[in-house]
Design a binder for this molecule. Sequence first.
Ligand code: HEC
Ligand code: HEC
Length: 457
Amino acid sequence: MVRAGRSRAGQAVAVLSLFVASLAAAATNDGASAERGYQFLTTKPYFQRDFDVPTFDSLWQVWEEPARTAAAEADAPTRRRLALERYGLMEAPGRTTGVPLQYVETSDGGWTVNCFSCHGGKVAGQVIPGLPNSHVALATLQEDLHAYLKSQGREREIGDNGMPGVPLGGSNGTTNSVIFGIALGSRRDLALNYVPNAPTPIMLHHDHDAPPWWNTKRKKMLYADGFAPKSHRALMPFLMIPQTTADKFALWEDDFKDILAYIESIPAPKYPFSIDHELAAQGAKAFQRVCAECHGTYGADGVYPERNVAIDVVGTDPLRWKALTPGNRLGHQVSWFGGKGKHQVVARPAGYVAPPLDGIWASAPYLHNGSIPTLWHLFHSTQRPIVWTRTEDGYDQTRVGIEITELGEVPASAVVPAQRRRYFDTRLPGKSAAGHEFPEQLSEEEKTAVIEYLKTL
Ligand code: HEC
Ligand code: HEC
C-alpha cells in the first residue's frame, strides 16, 4: 500500500508537538490533570489483556487471500504494519514500545484496548489522539482473533465481552458503540453488580462515527442527539464488561475526571495544506448567512448554540436517533453514570445536534454515521457516492476530506466480511448519506468559498 505524507519520525514529532500544545492550552485550566488523563489512557490497563503480542503477530495466518500470502512473504516489520493497517491501528506518537495508540500494555506483556480505539486516528498520514479513528476495524480483529485461537485449539482464551450476538461494526471506521452501552448496561443493577442472566433488551444495531474530542469542550450535552449532560461518569459505561467488579467504578472515578480534563484540553488540528485566505474571507460571509444559526461562530468571540435540529429538518439517517428510546435515556439519568438522577437528560430530543466545526477538515468522513467522505460531497447532495472505499493515507485537498474511490456496488471480489467492511455502502440500514441539504442554498461559487473557509476553523 502507498504511504502518503510524512515519515514516521515526522509524524511522531508532529503529534508530540500537538500534544504539548494541548497541554499548554490546558495549563490555565488544569494542565496537570489533563496530563494525568493522557497517561491513564495510554498506560493504565483497566481490563485484562485482549491477546499477547505473539498472538497478534500470528493473526495473518487466518487472513483471506491475497492478504495472507502477502504477509507470509513479508519481513516481520512489514507484516506488523500490514496487521496494524488491517485493524485500523497506529503507532503511538512518541512511544517506543511498539504498542499502538489504541492499546495499553498489561503487566503480563499483552495488549488491552483503550478509548483511542475509536477516538485516536490518523489523517493524511498524521496520527492525532482525539481524532475519530476512521480506520478502526474492531469486527475484523475480533473475527481473526477467534479464528486464530480456534485454529490453535486455544478456544478457552476467547474472552467474554458481555455482548453476545452484538455486531461490533459493519464498515471500517465506524462501530455499533451506542448499542454496546445498552447491551452492557442491561446486565448491571443499580448498584452496578453484574447480572449475568438479565433479559436481552431490544437493540437497533447501527454504526456510528465517533465525534472529535477537541469539540467536547464546547458542549454542555454529549452525543449526536445531545441527550446526556457532560460529566466524567458519562464516559465510563464501556468499563461494564463482565470482569469489572462493582467496586471498580468508584475506584476509577477520579481517573475519569482527569481523562475528561485531557479531552477538554485537546486543540483542533490546523489544516496542513495551503489556504486561499481571500476566498475563505468571502466564504465566511456566506457561512454567517446560511450556516451560523446552527453551527455557531468561530474565532476569539465564537459562540456555539448547541442547537438540536428536528430529524425531518436535518433529514439525515434516523436510525441512531431511534436506537435510543426515552426509556434508555432516562435509564442513563437514574444510573450511577448519569449521577443517579442529579443531572437531567433530554429524554426526547427532536433530532441531532449541529456539531461545532472546528478542525472539520480532519474529521472526515462526515455526519454522525460517517457516510460522506468529503466536504464537497456534503455540499453537493445529489452527487454523494453510493458505495465508496478509501485509501490508507490519501487526503483529497480539492474536495477536502479522505481520498476515495467511488463505486456503484461493493465489488464481487470482496467476498469475506473483512473485505466487505472496507466498502461503505450507503444503502444499508443506518448508513444513508441523505439529508443535510442546507448548503444547497449557496451558489456554486459560494460553496467553493465556504469550503475554503471551513479549512480555517
Ligand atoms: C467502540 C468505539 C468507542 C470506544 C472504545 C469509545 N468511544 Fe467514545 N464515542 C464513540 C462514539 C461512536 C461516540 C458518539 C456516540 C453518539 O453520539 O451517540 C462516542 C462519544 C464519546 C464522547 C462524546 C463526545 C461529544 O462531543 O459528544 C466522549 C466524551 C467519549 N466518547 C469518550 C470516550 C472515552 C473516555 C472512552 C474510553 C473509556 C470512549 N469514549 C471509548 C465510540 C467509542
Ligand atoms: C438547520 C440547522 C443547520 C444548518 C442551517 C446547517 N447545518 Fe450543518 N449540520 C446540522 C446538523 C443537525 C448536523 C448533524 C447531522 C448528522 O450528523 O446527522 C450537521 C452536520 C454538518 C457537518 C458534518 C459535521 C461532522 O462532524 O460530521 C458539516 C461539515 C456541516 N453540517 C456544515 C454545514 C454548513 C457549511 C452549513 C451551511 C452551508 C450548514 N452545515 C448548515 C445542522 C445544520
